[in-house]
Design a protein around this ligand. Structure first.
Ligand SMILES: Nc1ncnc2c1ncn2[C@@H]1O[C@H](COP(=O)(O)OP(=O)(O)O)[C@@H](O)[C@H]1O
Ligand SMILES: [Mg+2]
Length: 320
């Protein structure tokens, strides 16, 4: 199957200058990130808060320039196409954690969903309204009543559905959903996950599902990449990775959700990692200071290695 998105050796470092301008702190937010997403696949990027997930999304959408690396979308290298970003901005849409990030509170729901069609100059006025109503139908908000309302009149779950309708109205091939349920009331999360699943299965949309929560990831994902401090430490089919993790960090993340069953969707977990304060944190394996299995060799940096046909792990120990 062809890849819809392919990211190779993507790098982005942020440099924070000290008060005097002399001391510098470098955060390696994306450090040699490579992965690809197949057509009609839900690929999960999982990691704790601060691990670099949103930055990777912004790099893909070119809201941020990578320091190096390449990004191909739908078979075309878009890394250096500064003038022609329309292809990715039309073909790849984003759903944010906070629905208000993409919806204007002063516009009606219909106008909000129609707006991307206007931006990309698709259809005439009637056609845009028709397509917006189709998109609202796809997210199960088809009533005329809702179309004429304003965002504050809806529930949080309904607002996130509007954000999803807005993302799919242009018929994108890939949707990046950045923690789309983490700000929602636990009782409505499952409905949004079911919707994403349905959009993927019925309409063949590929998803990059970004989360800090493995229980929601397991519910909708096909393959997963586990991110730790800007590096992918483990990747492979989601069921294999979550049922027999080989990286101690994956194991730790799984342990933090005691039982990976749907009931956990109703629990909220947010762990914060200790951000590295200096360059030492990037010497050798980044997980070493927290790793119960660390050995002398872990002072060197482990690279991703194949452990089976579809799985890769960056660890010298590779737990069983
Ligand atoms: N524009 C920026 N300038 C400097 N540091 C940033 C910037 N954006 C993000 N960071 C830092 O990069 C790291 C990763 O952030 P982010 O990608 O938002 O992580 P996540 O989405 O996984 O929580 C954090 O340490 C954050 O403070
Ligand atoms: Mg984020």
């Amino acid at each position: 199957m062809q890849d819809i998105l392919s990211v190779k050796n993507l790098k982005k470092y942020f440099v924070k200058k000290g008060f005097t301008g002399a001391s510098k702190e470098i955060t390696r937010v994306a450090d040699d990130i490579s992965f690809s997403i197949k057509n009609a696949e839900t690929f999960v990027l999982a990691g704790e808060s601060g691990s670099g997930k949103t930055t990777i999304a912004r790099l893909i959408l070119r809201a941020l320039e990578p320091d190096s690396g390449t990004i191909s979308f739908d078979g075309q290298d878009i890394t250096n196409q500064k003038d022609d970003l329309k292809k990715i901005r039309l073909g790849c849409q984003m759903v944010h954690q906070d629905p208000y990030a993409s919806i204007n509170p002063r516009m009606t729901i219909l106008d909000i969903v129609k707006e991307p069609l206007e931006i990309h100059n698709i259809g005439n006025k009637e056609e845009r309204s028709r397509l917006a109503m189709v998109a609202l139908g796809q997210v199960k908000l088809e009533s005329d009543d809702i179309a004429s309302k304003y965002p504050h009149m809806l529930s949080g779950g309904q607002r996130q559905r509007v954000a999803i309708a807005r993302a799919i109205v242009t018929n994108p091939k890939l949707v990046i959903a950045d923690e789309p349920v983490s700000m929602l009331d636990v009782s409505v999360r499952i409905g949004i996950l079911e919707l994403i699943k349905e959009l993927q299965e019925k309409h063949g949309i590929s998803f990059l599902y970004i989360t800090h929560d493995l229980s929601t990831a397991r519910y909708i994902g096909h393959r997963i990449a586990i991110l730790y401090l800007g590096k992918i430490v483990e990747t492979g089919p989601i069921n294999e990775v979550l049922s027999s993790p080989r990286h101690p960090y994956t194991q730790a993340l799984i342990d933090s959700i005691s039982e990976p069953d749907p009931d956990n969707l109703h629990r909220d977990k947010k762990i914060r990692i200790n951000e590295p304060s200096n360059a030492d944190a990037y010497q050798g394996c980044r997980f070493r200071p927290r790793c119960p299995y660390a050995i002398e060799k872990c002072k060197q940096e482990p690279e991703l290695e194949k452990v089976s046909e579809q799985r890769q792990v960056a660890c010298f120990v590779k737990i069983d």
